[in-house]
Design a protein around this ligand. Structure first.
Ligand code: SF4
Length: 505
């Protein structure tokens, strides 16, 4: 392939979080593939690889002509500043990509650079592409300005760091973009290799398209014709640890559950953590499936176990009534950034709260405020939007935001017609999309049974049992349902359900 006219630095950033910068993908390592594609449009001496000091031994095989930029941390400031130091005075523009993006479209990259040069742009990017499909192009002087906009020098580099910095003063920059023929971003997947959930997509595409040198157009049409490509491993797993609630709330269909329920013992929960962690690598685990998790007699032990996994994120969705200061202290003492606590408060007014939760609002409010006062960052105040609390929504949002608490406004779910419709709001997208729950979520009942999805509260369509079968086998039984759904073939429940567009994680 011809090199692009005009001199530019092609910068490959191998530094992100703690993920392996040379993760294998489809029999290659993603860095080698990204580098070899970069070499098809840039000379070795114009290529720069950003790598961490402690990763030096991993990169001994880089050709000596290729430049190395060593950094000590994953701080966005350090990375961008070192890039600037290395290219200043030598290059007017930089093509910037992460090393785990081996499917980037080379032809469109050339178009991106040409457009940047022709339009005398400060920053040029692909608008409407999946992450990992294209590098970004930034002028050297613009990079310096972006560095000056970094307030927190310790903040870690992210895939969208350049754009995020640009957005801080967007009117000061001349931004150009190119657009894809098709916009498939609603699938919310990435063409990147660091996380397993996306890496498998890259591998399936490489297998379907015969290699890494692919066009973005072919990537889109292959995914559209084979939607099972994007169903890889569960990202969000809801575990039923108990069958109890403090008070039946109108948005939880406790009374409609007719299957035998029970409590999960500590060993079973531990096994689930092991199984799911091995399979998904970095899942979110919620322990609140149609129940109040703090009513589990061993709740502290369960939380301790989950917090022992570096890549696993634990979601505790609670009515907050038992989340007293002693429990808050226990959570805070775990010193984990991977625990997220969602308080179901649902109201501002005392009488509204009482109608929903049957007790006094001061209990959960006090408990949430105490947790926040201990410096806990991952706490959320949640309102499930219903007709009875709709007119309190804005006040709810403003009140908690003012107190520095994250707010979640949750859609009311009638569980495919099981509950009466208690909300008139309808936020369904105009175009039907594949069900995110079939694509990314897994529910595990207390006995290990895995239903079709969270709406299948009585386990009418069980995919298997996590304790008796391989998780891969159980998960793969959902493939056909997912493909059917994407092709407009719905089960009776799916036809009645309006949860398909709610994306968890
Ligand atoms: S559409 Fe609803 S019922 Fe069907 S799989 Fe998705 S969440 Fe479940």
């Amino acid at each position: 392939m011809a090199k692009i006219k005009g001199k530019f630095a092609f910068v490959i950033n191998s530094v992100q979080d703690n993920s392996n910068p040379r993760v294998p993908v489809a029999g290659e390592d993603c860095f080698t593939v990204t580098l070899s594609k970069a070499k098809s449009i840039a000379d070795d001496r114009d290529i720069f690889v950003v790598l961490r000091d402690d990763h030096k031994p991993l990169f001994r095989d880089i050709p000596k002509e290729v430049n190395r930029i060593f950094v000590k941390s994953n701080s966005v400031y350090e990375i961008l500043f070192k890039i600037y130091q290395n290219i200043k005075g030598r290059y007017n523009l930089i093509v910037y990509i992460f090393s785990d993006e081996p499917l980037f479209d080379v032809k469109l990259t050339e178009k991106l650079v040409e457009s940047h040069i022709e339009e005398l742009s400060d920053y040029t990017y692909g608008e409407g592409f999946l992450p990992g499909a294209l590098p970004e192009v930034v002028s050297s002087e613009t990079l310096l300005k972006l560095i000056s906009l970094i307030k927190d020098k310790e903040s870690p580099v992210k895939r969208d760091s350049l754009f995020e910095l640009l957005s801080k003063d967007i009117n000061s920059f001349d931004i150009e973009s190119i657009f894809p023929d098709e916009d498939i971003r609603l699938l919310k997947v990435e063409l990147t290799a660091s996380r397993k959930i996306n890496r498998i997509i890259v591998e399936k595409l490489v297998s379907a398209l015969g290699g890494f040198d692919v066009s973005y157009r072919d990537v889109c049409s292959t995914i559209k014709n084979n939607p099972e490509i994007v169903r890889t491993v569960p990202a969000f797993v809801e575990v039923e640890i108990t069958d109890r609630v403090n008070h039946p709330v109108p948005y939880l269909p406790v009374d409609a559950i007719s299957r035998k329920r029970g409590e999960m013992d500590v060993d079973s929960f531990h096994r689930i953590l092991e199984i799911v962690h091995d399979f998904s690598e970095d899942p979110y685990i919620s322990i609140s499936y149609i129940s109040e998790p703090l009513l589990h007699p061993e709740i502290k032990r369960l939380v301790e176990l989950a917090s022992g996994y570096e890549n696993l994120k634990l979601i505790i969705e609670t009515d907050g009534i038992l989340f007293n200061p002693a429990f808050s202290n226990f959570i805070v003492d775990l010193k984990s950034d991977n625990i997220f606590v969602i308080f179901q408060i649902d109201a501002v007014r005392e009488e509204t709260y009482k109608r929903i939760h049957g007790t006094e609002i001061r209990y959960p409010e006090r408990n949430l405020r105490y947790l926040i006062s201990k410096g806990f960052k991952n706490a959320f105040a949640q309102m499930v939007r219903m007709n009875i609390n709709e007119d309190e929504m804005i006040e709810f949002y403003n009140m908690w935001k003012k107190e520095g608490v994250n707010v979640v406004i949750q859609k009311f779910n009638d569980f495919a017609g099981v509950l009466p419709r208690l909300s008139h709001s309808d936020l369904r997208p105009l175009d039907k999309i594949c069900c995110y729950h079939l694509m990314r979520d897994m529910v595990i009942f207390y006995n290990g049974d895995v239903p079709r999805c969270k709406q299948d509260i009585n386990g009418n369509a069980i995919s298997g049992n996590i304790f008796n079968e391989d998780i891969e086998k159980v998960w793969s039984r959902g493939n056909r349902l997912f493909v059917d759904y994407c092709n407009d073939r719905y089960s009776d429940d799916c036809r009645k359900c309006d949860e398909y567009y709610i994306f968890n994680f």
